[in-house]
Design a protein around this ligand. Structure first.
Ligand code: GLC
Length: 434
């Protein structure tokens, strides 16, 4: 093991709570959905498949009866985390697990993809098959929910009803959709996130008010379909849907390996592919853009999440080429040289909303880097994928395993000893080169 891998393994061990890994002991002391997926890959990368499987099972233990997998499972509650189980109040909702508090929204659907990677890589074939067979029905139920409860406009894409469902909580992608969220009469609350991280690296108070107001709206509809339909925030996000699609390719592979029927999954894949072209590809800007479900149009913000479409293979080769030439390799947008030194900033530098030190508005995130590298490899952009890998390794070697990094200096930002930054340093090949 290289020194950096030993250090990464040490972070995983410190953040390990037995059946799940906290993203950060102080800032995020519970289980988060996509973090758990990346953590599972980290455990597999150090050879501990049993531990990786426990991580997935712990995540699925939070699954609701309608199929939804929540973005937070409040193992270890109570804590100082806000908004906690007392705000979400999942236990007042009949679909939620009665004995385990969770949030009421989801997060990017990576679990099926991660499960398929574990299945493919586990040297113990009997264990791999037993695990895949055990979780397959839950994964299928989750995707069925994504295609029904979250397809209210018939776009054949999955709607997100809160910025936190995108995983990119504070992106400038949400500025316009969030501006419609009313916050009058919001009860007072106290944020936990700015206790450990300087406020200028975290969301602004007005945005946080909107995050909380949206939770209260969704909660008043018991996180059901009426709340999604009437939510002032309704977005069809590229990254979220790309990971849905990539996970459904993985589900199809699992179905075949396990001898399960795959027609329903095939049908989803066909619809998803067509929907990406019809709704999300913007021919004028030559980029995949989010669709604003309230205004009925694309959100004209160039964010790194757009490149994640390449993970799913939903772009034509010409579209991929245009995205790379016009944005990725462009030093006015994402490529280093003018203003920045490292790949991949979360937002194009040309965006008015670009803030290189604030949460999701410019800094580099290691999980997006790994996903983008995977997509680039899929389309044959090997040199670009390699550059992202080199920059990622340089960042963690110089600064450590931070939550995010300043793309101009490489300085670590947010919280230190962040689980997925460590896990993906270990599992880069498992994910990016899957
Ligand atoms: C932040 C991130 C989100 C992540 C969570 C836990 O909310 O925006 O993507 O899952 O922290 O690490």
């Amino acid at each position: 093991m290289r020194d950096i891998e030993r250090a990464a393994h040490e972070v995983l061990r410190r953040n390990d709570r037995g059946d799940f890994t906290v993203p950060s002991p102080r800032q995020y002391p519970h289980l988060w959905l996509w973090d758990a997926g990346f953590a599972a890959l980290g455990w597999a990368a150090v050879g501990d498949f049993d531990r990786a499987y426990r991580e997935i099972r712990a995540t699925l233990r939070g699954q609701w009866r309608n199929g939804m997998v929540p973005h937070v499972v409040f193992y270890g509650w109570p804590s100082a985390y806000f908004p906690g189980a007392d705000v979400w109040r999942s236990q007042e909702v009949p679909e939620a697990p009665p004995d385990l508090p969770t949030s009421g929204i989801t997060q990017p659907p990576v679990l099926a993809w991660v499960t398929e990677i574990l299945f493919r890589r586990d040297p113990d074939r009997r264990r791999a098959a037993a695990f895949a067979r055990a979780v397959f029905p839950a994964l299928l139920a989750y995707h069925r929910w994504l295609h029904t409860a979250r397809n209210p406009d018939g776009l054949q894409l999955s709607l997100i009803v809160h910025p936190w469902e995108s995983g990119m909580d504070n992106s400038p992608l949400w500025d316009l959709p969030l501006s419609r969220v009313p916050t009058d009469g919001l009860p007072p609350y106290s944020r936990g996130d700015i206790r450990w991280v300087p406020p200028e690296q975290r969301p602004r108070p007005a945005d946080y008010d909107r995050f909380v107001a949206l939770i209260l709206h969704l909660r008043s509809h018991r996180y059901g379909e009426s709340g999604a339909r009437t939510s002032p925030f309704r977005v069809y996000d590229v990254l979220f849907n790309a990971l849905r699609h990539r996970s459904e390719e993985a589900l199809r592979a699992l179905a075949r390996a396990l001898g399960e029927p795959s027609e329903e999954i095939e049908d989803w894949l066909g619809r998803g592919q067509a929907a990406f072209q019809r709704w999300l590809w913007d021919p004028e800007r030559a980029f995949f853009l989010d669709w604003d479900g309230v205004a009925g149009g694309r959100i004209p913000v160039i964010a790194a999440g757009g490149f994640v479409a390449l993970c799913a293979g939903v772009a034509t080769p010409e579209q991929a080429q245009a995205m790379v030439a016009r944005y990725l390799r462009n030093p006015e947008a994402f490529w280093p040289g003018r203003g920045t030194r490292y790949l991949v900033p979360t937002v194009s530098q040309a965006e008015p909303g670009w803030e290189p030190r604030r949460y999701w508005r410019g800094p580099i995130w290691i999980n997006l880097n790994a996903l983008i590298a995977h997509g680039l490899r899929r389309y044959g952009f090997l040199a670009e994928a390699e550059a992202i890998r080199d920059h990622t390794m340089a960042l963690v070697e110089q600064a450590g395993f931070w939550e995010y990094y300043d793309p101009r200096t490489g300085e670590g930002l947010g919280i230190a000893d962040f689980t997925w930054s460590a896990a993906l340093t270990l599992a880069w090949d498992l994910l990016a080169e899957a």
